[in-house]
Design a binder for this molecule. Structure first.
Ligand SMILES: Cc1cc2nc3c(=O)[nH]c(=O)nc-3n(C[C@H](O)[C@H](O)[C@H](O)COP(=O)(O)O)c2cc1C
Length: 191
């Protein structure tokens, strides 16, 4: 997450973290529509499905004598991808008014990554932008807990809040019939 914050002209780099537990779901379809319509010119994009990069259960080792463990495997992949991005997009359906488990687990691992020697995690994240693209089956205000979580996490890390793009749907593809969501997607990442 460093290029944009250094004030250089480096292109923005969007990391789409897909936390849906099914392929081709509504959140992903809406996010791909928004990316196609509104990513800034020259922006790079990388898409990762969290289910294809399963993280171990989080262990709070902050105060353990042998506290530090070098991130490896999928954890390393996600840490490196996170640090390489200027913009972090949570493609996250609403599950029980909140984030899907995989997205919450990923966030829990930030607590370990803050302490990885040499990663400089907090400083490199600061100045980046967090976004949410979320499908849900009910009213938009039911996503407030999910949005609040991501906003507060961004704030804690000194990151900007880009905004939340919400779309309605139950079966995959439903969201592409949500005209207000598609209209918002047209300019979402340009905002
Ligand atoms: C475990 C689970 C919990 C859900 N909880 C909610 C919820 O709290 N509120 C809601 O409006 N929809 C809820 N839904 C519906 C999903 O948000 C909806 O089907 C959405 O399209 C799924 O996103 P996806 O297609 O990107 O996977 C839930 C679905 C699942 C599978």
């Amino acid at each position: 997450m460093s290029e944009q914050h250094a004030g250089t002209e480096a292109p923005r780099s969007f990391l789409f973290l897909n936390a849906s537990s099914r392929p081709g779901g509504n959140s992903e379809q809406l996010a791909r529509f928004a990316a196609g319509a509104s990513l800034p010119a020259g922006a790079e994009q990388r898409w990762l499905r969290l289910s294809e990069h399963p993280l171990p259960l989080f262990e709070d080792r902050r105060h353990a004598d042998d506290g530090f463990r070098e991130p490896a495997g999928h954890e390393r992949t996600l840490l490196d991808a996170t640090l390489a991005a200027t913009d972090l997009v949570f493609v996250a359906p609403l599950y029980w008014y909140s984030l899907p488990t995989s997205a919450k687990l990923y966030l829990d691992h930030w607590s370990a990554w803050l302490r990885v020697p040499g990663a400089d995690f907090r400083a490199r994240m600061a100045g980046g932008t967090v976004w949410a693209v979320t499908a849900l089956a009910t009213e938009p205000d039911k996503a407030d807990p999910l949005i609040g979580t991501l906003r507060l996490c961004a704030d804690y890390m000194g990151m900007r809040w880009g905004g939340a793009l919400l779309g309605n749907g139950t079966r995959p593809g439903d969201v592409l019939k949500d005209e207000p969501a598609l209209a918002a997607a047209e300019s979402f990442f340009a905002g």
